[in-house]
Ligand binder design. Structure first.
Ligand SMILES: [Zn+2]
Length: 290
């Protein structure tokens, strides 16, 4: 694991101080944010990033040879009657589509994991709009497994093709309509919800992957931002995470700072463990780096 040196954090904190117009009084916040962001930058690289409300439509996948990323079928065994949103439209996606989702898988997702995600997203409405903070509302205490699956399917939908081979188990799991799960496989799984100080101008989604093979971080992390909210989760069941079995996996956290000048502020963060539909009472905390 690459940990930043004191000088690196100092430099990043100093840059933040300059960004806020050399306004004093947020030294502690600047230091913590600088540390979080430098750890992330030293250990992760961005492999995909999309604004989701672009004027031009962007479609993932080959127009001549569509193949479903989830059931792995191609025509004529699977039908592809239209391009489909790579990320649900309800988060504000109007420009990112995929050809690599067949009609049958799309229908199954719509009835199950997409519907569950829509309910979860709805439960975050006041946080998204910024009319309430984590302290003021009854924020969800956990994320339902089906909503978490839906986030995984978004990540898999926009993942660069060469990364997919490390996620065959994850793909099978996402495609499985049975949401019961082996808890031991998901001990360190869950979702981070950040509330940013200033809303984003448009929804966005991104994927970052671990730089060093043996760092105790999950390999692939997915981010989805909209309005004032950012969801962060790591993709479970990754072949490249098998070596981490038995070690304590750390979940990196970012500052997601927004605002300008003296108004530059870090986001607040809430940790949501996974909730199983079969066993809703038991949730497990997972360990953050901070
Ligand atoms: Zn399919």
């Amino acid at each position: 694991m690459m940990l930043p040196s004191r000088e690196q954090i100092e430099r990043a904190a100093y840059e933040r101080w300059e960004r806020r117009g050399r306004f004093h009084g947020a030294d502690r916040e600047d230091w913590v944010a600088a540390e979080m962001d430098t750890v992330f930058e030293l250990n992760y690289q961005t492999v995909a990033e999309f604004w989701l409300a672009e004027p031009d439509q962007r479609v993932i996948g080959d127009v001549r040879r569509p193949r479903c990323r989830f059931c792995e079928q191609a025509p004529p065994r699977a039908a592809f009657s239209c391009v489909r949103p790579a990320v649900p439209e309800l988060v504000g996606n109007s420009s990112l589509f995929t050809r690599e989702l067949c009609d049958e898988c799309a229908q199954q997702f719509a009835d199950t994991i997409d519907a569950e995600f829509a309910r979860f997203w709805e439960s975050l409405e006041a946080l998204r709009a910024g009319t309430a903070s984590f302290r003021e509302i009854r924020a969800p205490m956990a994320i339902p497994i089906a909503a978490y699956k839906c986030l995984s399917r978004m990540a898999l939908s926009l993942m660069p093709e060469q990364e997919l081979s490390s996620f065959t188990d994850a793909i099978e799991w996402v495609s499985n309509p049975d949401h019961a799960f082996d808890r031991s496989l998901f001990d360190s799984s869950g979702c981070l919800v950040y509330q940013a100080h200033v809303p984003y101008r448009a929804a966005w989604a991104g994927l970052s992957c671990r730089i060093e093979e043996d760092a105790p971080f999950p390999y692939m992390i997915f981010f989805l931002g909209a309005e004032r909210l950012i969801l962060q989760m790591h993709l479970p069941l990754c072949a490249l995470d098998e070596d981490l079995d038995g070690t304590e996996v750390r979940i990196p956290q970012r500052s997601f700072s927004t605002g300008t000048g003296p108004d530059l502020k870090t986001s607040t963060c809430l940790v949501l463990p996974l909730k199983s539909a079969a066993d809703p009472s038991r949730t497990r905390r997972f360990r953050l780096l901070w």
